[in-house]
Design a protein around this ligand. Structure first.
Ligand code: FAD
Ligand code: SF4
Length: 402
C-alpha cells in the first residue's frame, strides 16, 4: 500500500552542525547561521562564500539582474527608486534615525507579518548578537542599533518552519540574505519580506574588541560606532559624548587582520537581494539612504511615509584619485600621524566625494581591497566568486602586482 502522507522534505533529516565546528566555507564562513540548522543540507548551493550566484538570484527575485551599462545599477544593484530619508521623530538609541525598526514595527502592528527576524544582544554583552523572531514591536525595538559583529541571523530558520509562521519579515546583511534567498522556497512561507542593510568590514567578537582597544580612548563605554561620510569613525559613548577618529589615522598595521576573512572577500556591500535597503552612505550626513529594489520594497517603505522626510539623492566630487591613492596605502599598512590624518580628513571632507559619489568611493575602496585579498589568498575562487559587476568596478583601477 502506498502512503498518501507527503514525504518530509529531505532537509529535515539533515543535522545542524555543532557549535564551534568547522563550517563548509571554512575560514571564509561569515557565521550567517544557515549551518546551525537542518538547512545545512543546502549549504553547497546556498552559501554566499561557496556559490556566488547574485545575478541568478537577482533575476529570480527582482525579475531582472543589474544592467552593467547603467552606472547606478552597476554600483547599487537593481532598483526602482532611491532617496535620502530621515525619521521626523528619530528613535532614541537606533543606529541612525530608526527607519529599519519603524518599518518592522508597522509590519507587525498592521498584521502584514506575524514575525520579524532581527538581532538583539545578550544581557551580558551589548555587542554579542542574539538573533530572535520578534512577535511584538517591543521585541523589534529591543533589536535596534547595529551589533557590529558577525551574527548568525539564519540560526532561527528551523524555528520558523516549526512554528508555522506564514508571513515573515527578515532583517539582515548581504551574506545572510543570499543564503536566505537560496532556501526561501523551502521555508513554507506564503510571503517573505526582506529588509536589508549595507554591510562592510564586520568582525568577530574578539576582532571587535581589538578594534575598540586600538582605536577608541575608552573602549568599554562605546555604545555604537559608524564609519561616517566625514571620513571619521564616530564612537558614541554611554554618557552621550561622541569621539571622532579620522579613517586615515587608524592603526592599519594592527587592524589589517581584524576584519573577518568573509568580509575581506565580500562583494555584496549593497545587499543586492533585499526588497528594500536602508543604509546611510549615499545620503547627506544625518540622513539615511534608501534603495527600493522592487514592488515589495515599495510596499514596505509606504508604511512609514508619514513618519519620514525625504529628499532626492545627490552626487558631487570625484572619488577616483582618492581611491587609487588608498590602494597602495592600505596594502603597505601606512598609518599617518594623528595631526596629518586629521588634516587630510578635513581637506577631503571639504573637496571630496559626497552623496552617491561617497557611496561609490566606499564601494571602490572595498572592492579593490577585497579583490586583491581573494586573488592572494584564494586564487582558485577569483573567477567565480567575484561577480561581473565587481570585476567591472575594480577594472577602473591600477592594482599592485600580487
Ligand atoms: P535600527 O532601527 O537601529 O535597526 C538596526 C537593525 O539592524 C536591527 O533591526 C537589527 O536586527 C539589525 N542588525 C543589527 N546588527 C546586525 C548584524 N550584525 N547583522 C544583521 N542585522 C543586524 N550602511 C551603509 O550605508 N554603509 C556601511 O558601510 C554600513 N555598514 C554596516 C555594517 C554592519 C555590520 C551593519 C549591521 C550595518 C551597516 N550599515 C551600513 C547599515 C547602517 O549602519 C544602519 O544599520 C542602517 O542605516 C539602519 O539604521 P536604522 O537606524 O534604521 O536601524
Ligand atoms: Fe554555513 Fe553561512 Fe558559514 Fe556559509 S557562511 S558556511 S552558509 S554558516
Amino acid at each position: 500500500m502506498t502512503s498518501l502522507a507527503p514525504k518530509p522534505d529531505k532537509h529535515k533529516k539533515a543535522k545542524a552542525l555543532k557549535p564551534g565546528s568547522i563550517r563548509p566555507a571554512k575560514e571564509l564562513c561569515s557565521e550567517c547561521g544557515l549551518c546551525d540548522t537542518y538547512y545545512v543540507h543546502y549549504v553547497k548551493e546556498a552559501c554566499a562564500f561557496i556559490n556566488q550566484q547574485i545575478s541568478e538570484l537577482e533575476e529570480q527575485i527582482h525579475g531582472q539582474s543589474r544592467n552593467l551599462d547603467n552606472p547606478n545599477d552597476l554600483y547599487f544593484g537593481v532598483h526602482q527608486d532611491m532617496m535620502a530619508a530621515r525619521k521626523k521623530q528619530p528613535i532614541e538609541g537606533a543606529q541612525w534615525t530608526g527607519i529599519v525598526s519603524s518599518i518592522a514595527c508597522e509590519m507587525l502592528t498592521q498584521g502584514i507579518v506575524e514575525g520579524v527576524v532581527c538581532v538583539q544582544n545578550t544581557k551580558e554583552d551589548r555587542f554579542q548578537p542574539m538573533p530572535v523572531i520578534a512577535r511584538t514591536p517591543a521585541e523589534v525595538l529591543a533589536a535596534k542599533v547595529n551589533k557590529p559583529t558577525l551574527s548568525p541571523n539564519l540560526s532561527v530558520l528551523e524555528e520558523i518552519e516549526k512554528s508555522g509562521l506564514k508571513r515573515l519579515l527578515v532583517i539582515g546583511v548581504g551574506c545572510q540574505i543570499q543564503a536566505l534567498r537560496a532556501v526561501e522556497k523551502k521555508l513554507g512561507l506564503e510571503k517573505l519580506y526582506v529588509l536589508g542593510t549595507p554591510c562592510v568590514d564586520n568582525v568577530s567578537r574578539a576582532g571587535l574588541q581589538k578594534f575598540l582597544d586600538t582605536t577608541s580612548k575608552s573602549p568599554s563605554t562605546v555604545v555604537y560606532y559608524e564609519f561616517m561620510q566625514d571620513f571619521q569613525v564616530h564612537f558614541k559613548h554611554e554618557d552621550g559624548s561622541i569621539e571622532k577618529v579620522p579613517f586615515f589615522g587608524l592603526n592599519t598595521k594592527e587592524l589589517k587582520d581584524v576584519f573577518a576573512p568573509s568580509c575581506m572577500s565580500c562583494f555584496d556591500y549593497v545587499n543586492s537581494l533585499a526588497d528594500l535597503v536602508v543604509g546611510y552612505m549615499g545620503a547627506p550626513f544625518g540622513w539615511q539612504w534608501i534603495v527600493v529594489r522592487n514592488d515589495t520594497g515599495q510596499e514596505m517603505l509606504d508604511l512609514v511615509k508619514n513618519q519620514i522626510d525625504t529628499q532626492p539623492v545627490t552626487s558631487s566630487g570625484d572619488r577616483k584619485a582618492a581611491v587609487q591613492q588608498s590602494i597602495p596605502a592600505y596594502d603597505k599598512a601606512v598609518t599617518l600621524p594623528m595631526w596629518a590624518a586629521k588634516m587630510m580628513g578635513v581637506v577631503i571632507e571639504k573637496i571630496g566625494p559626497k552623496g552617491l559619489e561617497y557611496a561609490r568611493f566606499s564601494i571602490d575602496s572595498h572592492f579593490t581591497r577585497n579583490y586583491l585579498y581573494v586573488k592572494r589568498n584564494h586564487p582558485e575562487k577569483l573567477e567565480n566568486h567575484v561577480p561581473d559587476y565587481a570585476k567591472k568596478i575594480v577594472s577602473q583601477y591600477k592594482l599592485p602586482k600580487a
